[in-house]
Write a protein that binds this ligand. Structure first.
Ligand SMILES: [Zn+2]
Ligand SMILES: [Zn+2]
Length: 646
């Protein structure tokens, strides 16, 4: 018998040779129907793999990312099979699952394959799927594997096999198709009910530009047709909400190759939006005891040698700036932390003065490969809403709770309702790679876990995910389209206080090292605004949006009165504009809609006589008539519902 342990801690014994599928069946029929993949002692296996030792077993269904991985990787086998049937002399290379589907890289040789061919390939994949072929993994010797692929003239697979250990090589068979594969499949092809090929692109063999360019075919598949339909709808919606498209339409930011790739230029409307966000956070931070500081955009190379950032960013980022002085070198700031450490070092601190909290909207520069640049989410110059807290070890728990409060306040005010927390701790098996004493680590880890618990966060713990210099807490936020973004990191650091020899005098008059916390609720202003644009589709929360009200005079003679209404709104700090162009009311309403203005006030004869105005909300909804005082109250209560004081 073998002893099998499950993730919930339960343990049961089974016959030697039992498979995950049989074990699942012994628990419940429903579970057996749903499992499509499994992990045994940390390794992905097949649901039909026979288990011969004791160990930890985890089942995966379509709802787990591991389950999707097996599903999509198996679908890649179907794609390869179908392609091989249509173009028999092509050379297959690799076909992995990715975060939103799968691809296969193929050397099509003399054949040309394009999107026009997608339909027939999809159709054939579904035919194969319906035949419910099992995926069967079999071991093969290195010699036989090399012979097989040499005989069919596939130099790519030969190269892959050459780099594998004899004894660890497996082939996967299904139907009459065979592929080199290390496993991780769903039980049979019949689980695949819907397939869509998404695109073709060029891809170099082994991602090396000196190698041959292959054709990468991207696809996605689902266990239900309905899920494919929903997926395609979400992709359509994501296209409409793309921050690069909306940023241009709403005139928020632009890029210029003359200025340089990856260097965003904030236009007036975007700048206003960004400043409003900064002011919002500054106000809350002031209440939370932070002091605002400012540091320069460059720093002496020595500074980053001390901090260790030169070792990390130096070679692969912007190169040092030289000066007329011999040997003097400066770097564009890749991080704000070293500057803040030197600010802390400007005086001797007493324990009574701690914690010290320095906050700065600090712009940093890192050289990203041009292929990696993407709108505002991947740039070469960006501004962090950075802060560093210098505190005693005892203060970690309360400081952590304060930072969590601040992060939650940001999420709530901006309409991010759906998030989870991830606590990253040391690898308990290998403590040697972490800096700082064992005792401090234990305390810090407890402080984070307890703070997370006390704040009632929905969290999970990841062992081995901590940085070498300290444990951390990350927030994973789900946007309106269900996509996950990492926002709001809080990180403990024992390394920089050591490197910069930071100190304070404790109550026994002895010098001690403070602990440092790095934190940034937005992360970077650029990336955060990009996420916010896509989350809201450009319909920002009322308190944040640039133009809250568009005043639309019906005709020429209503303009003066409209200006009066504008003044009244402005007196109450409501942001409004008068659209006095000689266009029809219908056109003005449509354009206000496109510009995502939340409210429209239409002003004609009747309105002026009665002093009440029909109000239209974004989306064309008529919300009745109000006089101007009531309208002001209405807008104010609407904005303050979202943003309460910190
Ligand atoms: Zn496979
Ligand atoms: Zn930092």
């Amino acid at each position: 018998m073998i002893q099998i342990k499950f993730p919930d801690g339960a343990s049961r014994s089974y016959e030697i040779g039992s498979t995950p599928f049989q074990i699942a069946s012994s628990i419940s029929e429903g579970l057996a129907r749903n499992i499509i993949s499994a992990k045994f002692n940390g390794e992905t296996i097949e649901t039909v793999t026979e288990l011969s030792t004791d160990g930890d077993l985890t089942f995966y269904t379509w709802n787990d990312s591991e389950g999707k991985k097996a599903f999509w990787h198996s679908s890649a086998h179907l794609l390869a099979q179908a392609l091989k049937e249509f173009y028999n002399d092509i050379k297959l290379t690799i076909g992995p699952a990715i975060s939103n589907g799968f691809y296969y890289d193929v050397d099509f040789g003399k054949h040309a394959m394009s999107e026009k061919d997608f339909h027939k390939i999809e159709k054939r994949m579904i035919e194969i799927a319906r035949e419910k072929h099992q995926f069967k993994l079999r071991s093969i010797s290195k010699k036989s594997a090399l012979e097989y692929y040499s005989s069919i003239g596939n130099e790519y697979k030969v190269e892959l096999i050459t780099n594998l250990e004899d004894g660890e090589i497996t082939f996967c068979d299904h139907d009459d198709f065979t592929d080199l594969c290390r496993g991780g499949h769903i039980p049979h092809t019949g689980y695949i009910k819907a397939v869509k090929l998404m695109s073709v692109a060029g891809a170099y063999w082994r991602a090396n530009q000196n190698n041959k360019q292959l054709t990468r075919v991207y696809g996605v598949s689902f266990p239900k047709q309905k899920e494919l339909t929903e997926h395609l709808e979400l992709l359509e919606e994501a296209k409409k909400r793309d921050h690069r498209k909306l940023g241009k339409e709403l005139e928020l930011f632009t890029f210029s190759n003359k200025v340089g790739q990856g260097l965003p230029l904030w236009l007036p409307k975007g700048t206003e939006l960004r400043e409003r966000l900064e002011d919002f956070l500054k106000k809350a931070q002031k209440k939370a005891g932070y002091k605002q500081v400012i540091s320069p955009h460059i720093g002496n190379k020595e500074l980053y040698m001390t901090s260790g950032h030169y070792q990390k960013y130096g070679e692969s980022s912007f190169q040092p700036i030289t000066t007329p002085a011999d040997g003097e070198e400066f770097l564009l700031k890749p991080m704000n932390c070293p500057h803040h450490c030197e600010m802390y070092n400007a005086k001797q601190w007493s324990y009574k003065e701690l914690p010290v909290r320095y906050a700065e909207f600090g712009t940093v520069y890192r050289y990203e490969q041009s292929g990696e640049l993407h709108g505002l989410t991947r740039v070469r110059g960006f501004t962090q809403d950075d802060a560093h807290i210098f505190c005693t070890q005892d203060q970690l728990n309360s400081e952590f709770k304060n930072v969590i409060d601040l992060v939650l306040y940001v999420f709530k005010s901006l309409g991010f309702e759906n998030f989870t927390a991830q606590v990253s701790l040391r690898d308990p098996e290998d403590k040697s790679k972490y800096i700082g004493s064992d005792e401090n680590w234990k305390e810090a880890e407890n402080a984070i876990v307890n703070a997370t618990k006390e704040k009632g966060l929905n969290y999970k713990i990841e062992y081995g995910e901590a940085a070498f210099y300290g444990p951390k807490l990350d927030f994973m936020v789900k946007d309106a389209l269900g996509r996950e973004w990492q926002l709001g990191t809080i990180q403990v650091d024992y390394n920089l206080p050591e490197r910069f020899e930071l100190s304070y005098i404790d109550k026994n008059n002895k010098s001690q090292r403070p602990v440092m916390i790095h934190r940034a609720p937005f992360g970077s202003m650029e990336r955060f605004i990009a996420i916010l644009i896509e989350h809201t589709g450009g319909n920002f929360p009322l308190w944040l949006t640039t133009n809250q009200v568009s005043i639309i005079p019906v005709g020429e003679k209503h303009k003066i009165y409209s200006e009066k209404v504008l003044k009244l709104l402005e007196n109450d700090e409501i942001r409004a504009t008068v659209d006095d162009r000689s266009e029809t009311v219908g056109k003005k309403i449509r354009e206000s809609e496109l510009n995502k203005v939340p409210f429209m006030l239409i002003i004609g004869d009747e309105e002026i006589n009665e002093k009440i105005f029909p109000i239209r909300a974004h989306g064309g909804k008529d919300i009745g008539k109000m006089n101007i005082d009531d309208f002001i109250k209405f807008i104010k209560s609407k904005s303050s519902k979202m943003i309460k004081d910190f």
